[in-house]
Write a protein that binds this ligand. Sequence first.
Ligand code: ADP
Length: 487
Amino acid sequence: MNVCFATSECVPFVKTGGLADVAGALPVALSRARPDIRIKVFLPLYARIPVFDHGFVHADDLGELNVTLGDEPVPYHVWYGHLPDSEVEVYLIDCPRFFHRGTLYTDHVDEARRFILLQKAAFDVMQRYAFSPDIVHSNDWQTALMPAMLRHAYAWDERFRQARSVLSIHNLAYQGLTHPHYAWEAGLPVDHAVPGGAYHMDGAFSCLRAGLVEADQITTVSPTYAAEIQTPLLGCGLDGVLSARHNDLTGILNGVDTAYWNPRTDAHLAAHYGAGDLGGKAACRTALLAEFGLSAPPDVPVIGIVSRLADQKGFDLLVPELEQVLREREFRLIVLGSGAPWLEGFFRSLAAIFPDKVGLFVGYDEGLSHRIEAGADAFLMPSHYEPCGLNQMYSMLYGTLPIVHHTGGLADTVRDLDEHPDQGTGFSFHDARPDVVAATLHRAIDTFQDQDIWRAAMRRAMQQDFSWDRAAASYLNVYQRALSQRP
Ligand code: ADP
């Protein structure tokens, strides 16, 4: 099976969010699951990707190529390499005028055009290498035009006749709204992009909507989020299109890179531990508290937060009640995050009021995020919505019980300990209200007093299967469904 996997970011080369993790891990897991699969990953060459460090070589055999956008030929080069420790081929599309912009994503008027170049270049390279994909797998709006390009711009090419398309949604909120003119540049029917057309939305040509209309199969990153985005509340205006496609829409939970997130081997930790041997976790807890100049007797739980401080993450729900909970109860709160100034200010004021109870680091710190996952007893994630969420999965693998809003991927991964005493792996609440979040914190602190119940839940949490192999098997099923849609 031949797969073209197109993405705007990919670990370990360049990352701003969860899409990069998926792009770095899923193709490798797919090729582990099916040795006969051949995958070509296409990605822009941003200025910040150190090509030589990652072993890329210039594709001299291709030389300088051109993609035509509208009637302008745009020259580009290609660099060739692999995802680490794998046979998965990676092609970097090198066009400094388009991709050397300081940040990966911009608000420039030609933002959509930059990624139209990426997508057309991917087709161009496949043509030059006589590579006939069975599956063209797009991710988010930046590569969402490929299903439409297959049907229109490249319909003439025999090589792509058998190809079927899959579009994965990692974040529905970003839709690539642009001028209908760019539909013409992409080789798509402009009447679809103007008002009344299937690709049109909010006065603009919507790249994501075009993908949702044209892809043979659609996936998103958790089953519950797949259902939620078909409702007006979380559908970002696309709920109608998504519910019309519900038969072709599948939610597949992201996996966790267990080579990097594993309390038995994690290089960031003061001590190591596993489900059968929890001893090292106490040492991690003591070390974490000490890092923040805090201490706590064994019956006082440590609750951690590691997050972007963005509206989505639900910290506004803590503002009215958390100070009161901190006065009433004995627990420690350790927060790592950055983002909205008003939320940073909220946590700064809590740390000032409760210097013996609250530890705060405003910023981004990879190592500290691991030490919090290991050293905390519980982990708080009150997100308003969460397509998949990774931190609750890391928490469970580290024996740290998540306290979460029952939404999206959080609902699919965390079982409430009171609702399911024999299967619970954390605490979840249904109503996103400050008093409900506070009550759930009380519930977790109460439960911590019964260490038999808590430790049993820790062991269950640590034994969850969040492997990429499980996710890859589900993606292969989606590929098969797409292939069965061949006429
Ligand atoms: P999202 O992609 O919406 O931010 P996820 O839970 O899916 O949320 O993934 C967040 C990732 O970013 C996790 O790997 C988390 O550990 C990491 N992260 C978020 N904020 C920080 C921070 N301040 N320091 C270190 N890592 C962070």
